[in-house]
Design a protein around this ligand. Structure first.
Ligand code: ADP
Length: 276
């Protein structure tokens, strides 16, 4: 789907088999005092979608994430979440909420995802720890589970937050600029984890400034600039007029060579028995 500032001009026919919607935005408008951050945004995310949300600074990417999380109330329009379970949305924040000096382990942070199942004043039980360790295993961090969170690299910390979402049994993962401050190896590991989780059925939405990543690795790209400019497969969205509309100029640097990506394997794998 490609839209102009006023109204959609082209609808790309979608012949793929439809899967159930998990998120539906309808004419969503979000403002901060006198700033319109999102205007009349309409889209549907289907179960299993793998979506990169792109756009320049101030395009409304973080605002959209907050609107999906229900942290911001739309001025008009609606955002509907159809996820499974009580807490379908798992969030990997841009600036981590955990104080890195605070003596809390990787396992403790991932266990926060179980709070709803555990209840605030109870101790986690065997089932909870098993779910936490399984989640850490899925993100390749089981061997680091007793580490203090502050000892981890930026990329590993992002994976702890993904584990927290998995432990809470989220089926939609929202990541806000997870690659910022993460080195190249950490980024590659993070992307491998996201690819695997998406292949296993998790719906993933990630805001990013990295257009190379967005167009090469994701199944769909959402181009935002206050309005939804385009939403579709990378090939559908990768069009000069879309990019001009989003970025005010033609960008061609990442056009070629969608092949030849080097995958870096995660080396912390292997989760021994679940002790606690
Ligand atoms: P992005 O994540 O794409 O950089 P944001 O969603 O952060 O964009 O911001 C969208 C617009 O809303 C920008 O114009 C920004 O200045 C404004 N904005 C974001 N947060 C606030 C806020 N708390 N108060 C006022 N304006 C805000």
């Amino acid at each position: 789907m490609i839209a102009q500032q006023e109204a959609p001009i082209i609808h790309i026919a979608n012949h793929r088999k439809p899967t159930p919607p998990v998120l539906e935005a309808r004419n969503l408008t979000v403002t901060y005092q006198d700033v319109i951050a999102l205007e009349e945004v309409t889209f549907t995310i289907q179960r299993g979608d793998y979506v990169a949300i792109i756009g320049p600074n101030g395009a409304g990417k973080s605002t959209l994430v907050k609107a999906i999380l229900g942290l911001l109330r739309p001025q008009t329009g609606s955002m509907t979440v159809h996820g499974r379970g009580q807490t379908p949305l798992g969030y990997v924040p841009q600036h981590e909420a955990v104080n890195l000096q605070f003596p809390v382990t990787v396992r403790d942070v991932a266990a926060m995802g179980r709070l709803r199942q555990i209840g605030w004043f109870r101790q986690p039980g065997k089932r909870d720890w098993a779910a936490v360790d399984e989640a850490l295993d899925r993100v390749g961090l089981c061997n680091l589970r007793q580490r203090q969170i502050g000892e981890l690299s930026g990329g590993q910390r992002r994976r702890v937050f993904i584990a927290r979402a998995l432990a809470q049994q989220a089926d939609i993962l929202l990541l806000d600029e997870p690659m910022s401050g993460v080195d190249v190896t950490g980024q590659a590991q993070l992307m491998d984890v996201l690819d695997t989780l998406n292949a296993q059925g998790l719906t993933v939405l990630m805001t990013t400034h990295d257009l190379d990543l967005a167009f090469k690795r994701f199944g769909k790209v959402m181009a935002l600039r206050r309005r939804l400019v385009a939403f579709g497969t990378p090939d559908e969205v990768y069009q000069p007029r879309v990019l001009e509309q989003v970025y005010d100029r033609t960008l061609t640097t990442w056009a070629d060579d969608r092949e030849g990506q080097v995958k870096v394997l995660i080396d912390e794998h292997g989760c021994p028995d679940h002790d606690h």
